[in-house]
Design a binder for this molecule. Structure first.
Ligand SMILES: Nc1ncnc2c1ncn2[C@@H]1O[C@H](COP(=O)(O)OP(=O)(O)OP(=O)(O)O)[C@@H](O)[C@H]1O
Ligand SMILES: [Mg+2]
Length: 258
């Protein structure tokens, strides 16, 4: 459903992405891994319209979407979460979901005035759906707490619930388990598999290899802005290019001792 062809993003002299080709087939959970600074978040920014490629094409169901603003891409059924959680910290958990839905709402302000009954019934349906999502993500008892006051793991799940509130066809998750403990991580893996059962296509950036193995049917590996490998989790793990990319990262972190 989503196709990237020869996609590049140049920041001045830095090629954050170059010549990226990627296919995310409908109904799949596709992983995107790579060392820090490889360009993973940049790629999701390009798909979601937060940023635009300096070269190449991005198509959704055959229609080009690169260059469209984020709200238009959202209307086409793409939702995302952020590596650094972005929510309305002062709104409650429930209100955050309602705001997300309204950004997608079918009744315009004018319609709301003219067709008040229809608007009211839509309003009720949205509220019911939002409460249902809070339940699904074990947040029902926290509906009226300010999002900014929730524990970190709850905020991460609320972010996914919020993305889901827009009823997307494709979800882009940027390190959804960052900061979670192993139990929370595994439970989130089950939530991701449930998205797939609901027919939602998922592209997930993760550092946690156990989660990648748990949820992904195929994995792309980015290194210095280029795709260096693509295949099943097992094939990726055994790929010398991938092993080398991650070893290089460890050497840098330990001061390049050799
Ligand atoms: N707006 C920007 N301006 C300039 N350089 C940028 C910008 N955004 C990202 N970069 C650079 O592009 C490269 C890729 O960054 P990106 O955030 O996509 O990496 P990442 O794979 O998501 O890393 P991490 O695992 O740390 O989240 C980095 O070198 C980063 O410094
Ligand atoms: Mg990132």
């Amino acid at each position: 459903m989503l196709e990237l062809h020869d996609v590049s993003r140049q920041f001045g002299g830095l090629a954050a992405l170059s010549g990226v080709n990627m296919l995310v087939p409908r109904g799949r959970v596709v992983g995107l891994i790579g060392p820090n600074g490889a360009g993973k978040t940049t790629l999701i920014n390009l798909i979601s319209g937060l940023d635009h490629p300096t070269g190449g094409t991005i198509t959704l169901g055959g229609t080009p979407i690169h260059g469209l603003p984020p709200h238009q891409i959202a209307r086409r059924g793409i939702a995302r979460t952020y590596q650094n959680i972005r929510m309305f910290a002062d709104l409650t958990a429930l209100e955050n979901l309602l705001v997300a839905q309204h950004a997608q709402g079918k009744a315009s302000a004018l319609e709301a005035l003219i067709f008040a009954p229809r608007y009211r019934s839509e309003e009720k349906a949205l509220r019911d759906h939002a409460r249902h999502l809070l339940e699904r993500f074990h947040l029902a008892d926290k509906a009226d707490q300010r999002a900014g006051n929730l524990p970190y793991g709850d905020q991460r799940r609320l972010e996914i619930a919020r993305a889901l509130a827009t009823r997307p066809a494709l979800m882009l998750l940027d390190e959804p388990t960052a900061g979670m403990n192993p139990i929370e991580t595994e439970e989130l893996g089950e939530q991701i598999l449930r998205l797939r059962e609901d027919g939602i296509t998922v592209l997930v950036i993760e550092h946690d290899m156990a989660l990648i193995a748990q949820v992904c049917q195929e994995v792309y590996v980015l290194n210095f802005g280029q795709i260096i490998a693509h295949g099943t989790h097992e094939a990726i793990k055994a790929n010398p290019l991938v092993v080398q990319a991650y070893l290089g990262e460890e050497e840098e972190e330990t001061g390049g001792a050799a």
